[in-house]
Design a protein around this ligand. Structure first.
Ligand code: BES
Ligand code: ZN
Ligand code: ZN
Length: 466
């Protein structure tokens, strides 16, 4: 894990190279105030502040300053220093004007690398740390924590399924619990089969070393409001007997991305000591093919008592979440939030960058949408459209886990989950990709947190005084 702490430090009048952020509107005025050699240099580089993330080093008495283009110099975004954080030479830097604010996060994340599987480092020169100095000392710790939580999601998702099965996911939860002084409860084997039949059914095809389990973490004072956080922990999704084609299976190590988001959110809640009673639930399974695998047409009586007919063994995420959500509801929390890489349909509808948000309260959905805008961690609301319940009808059981229709797949998946949530509990569901297909500054290709900061910001707004 990258040690972010040395990379963002409070201003103690240390020597730091200035970074000047300009946009196409402010560039001319800025250039006019600079010495002629600066103007000549930016001109030679054809730097006009129009192409985002372009930058030029300006020699200054044996050292240098930096000028970098941003979209809007008056409004700092989380990613406007990310290219610089990744590309500048080793050393200490500081904004020439203003403070980095949100952009410190991108600076940090640009320096995170996932390299435990490289025996030789790539060709790029091995540069030392790029340190950012900020005048906002109080923001250093919270920003470091957000970077660490995001890196946790990336690392867990990037780790191959062979090295991250249900047991390793359990260990990851135990590590967080140890750090924060939280309690862990593990349910597996016979107890799982009796108490959580859907989790046991989905995990039935896995080898004994990768047996299914429900991992729960509890933290906080009993008199604080209860909040449940649930994450889909499918350590590998082969599709089961309804096997995925190679192209659809290739990325399925990331099918525990929801669990990674839930665990990272738990870490943030505990580190920031939010006054809530946290209940984290991670159903951890491998959706594998073997003589123990569950079958299309099987009917399983869920924890809640609803009989579920298995229409498709590849719609496994909603099954394990159903039992975990039912358990979460039993403790009567005032809020349940779940994260899941639940459907390909959410990606068809919204693409890779926008998690689909579902909520059973307009007020909650609105608050998450505004938190998402506030921290620039976008998502998009989709409807829990009751009439589509029709699509989940089973001929002989209470409900089927998938519909025969290719339409509205992420809505029917969310409608399935809704059956396991008591109406009186506010609930939000994020169908997230947990992955980045194309690198962006500060966000390499691979596992990523999408929707995590938005939900954490919502919780802070709700539960932190002031
Ligand atoms: N893990 C997948 C969903 C997924 C696929 C997320 C690709 C992100 C990218 C999930 O378990 C699944 O296979 N869902 C099926 C449901 C269908 C069988 C009703 C899907 O979306 O096709
Ligand atoms: Zn699946
Ligand atoms: Zn899945």
């Amino acid at each position: 894990m990258t040690d972010f702490a040395p990379l963002l430090v409070a201003d103690r009048a240390q020597k730091a190279r200035p970074i000047h952020l300009v946009d196409k509107g402010s560039f001319e005025a800025w250039a006019k105030k600079r010495p002629p050699e600066d103007r000549a240099l930016v001109q030679a580089h054809r730097f006009d502040a129009k192409s985002a993330f372009a930058f030029v080093l300006l020699p200054r008495g044996g050292d240098f300053e930096v000028v970098s283009a941003v979209k809007n110099a008056g409004e700092i975004s989380p990613w406007c220093l990310a290219k610089l954080g990744a590309s500048l030479p080793e050393g200490t830097y500081k904004l020439g004007e203003g403070e980095p604010g949100k952009a410190a996060l991108g600076w940090l994340l640009a320096q995170h690398k996932f390299d435990p599987y490289r025996s030789r480092k790539p060709d790029e020169p091995d540069r030392g740390p790029r340190v950012l100095v900020t005048g906002e000392a109080a923001k250093v710790e919270p920003t470091l924590r957000l970077a660490e939580a995001t890196a946790l999601v990336r690392d867990l998702v990037n780790t191959p399924a062979g090295d991250l099965g249900p047991a390793e996911l359990e260990q990851a939860v135990r590590d967080e619990a140890d750090t924060a002084g939280a309690q862990v409860r593990l349910t597996s084997g016979k107890e799982l089969a009796e108490g959580y039949p859907l989790i046991a059914a989905v995990g039935g095809g896995a080898s004994p070393a990768r047996a299914p389990r429900l991992i729960e973490l509890e933290w906080g004072k009993p008199d604080h409001p209860r909040v449940a956080v649930v994450g889909k922990g499918v350590c590998f999704d082969s599709g089961g007997l309804d096997l995925k084609p190679a192209s659809g299976m290739r990325l399925m190590k990331k099918d525990m991305g929801g669990a990674a988001h839930a665990l990272a959110l738990a870490r943030l809640i505990m580190a920031e000591r939010l006054p809530v009673r946290l209940h984290l639930l991670i159903p951890a399974v491998e959706n594998a093919v073997s003589e123990g695998a569950y079958r299309p047409g099987d009917i399983v009586k869920s924890r809640k008592g609803l009989f579920v007919e298995i229409d498709n063994t590849d719609a496994e995420g909603r099954l394990i979440l159903a039992d975990a959500l039912a358990k979460a509801g039993e403790a009567a929390p005032e809020l349940i939030v779940d994260f899941a890489t639940l459907t390909g349909a959410a990606r068809v509808a919204l693409g890779p960058d926008l998690p689909a948000l579902f909520a059973n309260r307009d007020e909650l959905a609105g608050a998450i949408e505004s938190a998402a805008r506030h921290v620039e961690d976008p998502l998009w609301r989709m409807p829990l459209w009751d009439p589509y319940d029709e699509l989940l009808k089973s001929d002989i059981a209470d409900v089927a886990n998938a519909s025969g229709s290719p339409m509205a797949g992420c809505i029917t998946a969310a409608m399935f989950l809704k059956k396991f949530i008591p109406d009186e509990i506010a609930w939000a569901h994020l169908d997230t990709f947990a992955w980045r297909d194309q690198a962006k500054p500060g966000r390499p290709k691979g596992g990523d947190a999408l929707g995590l900061r938005a939900v954490f910001d919502l919780l802070k707004a709700r539960y932190l005084p002031g």
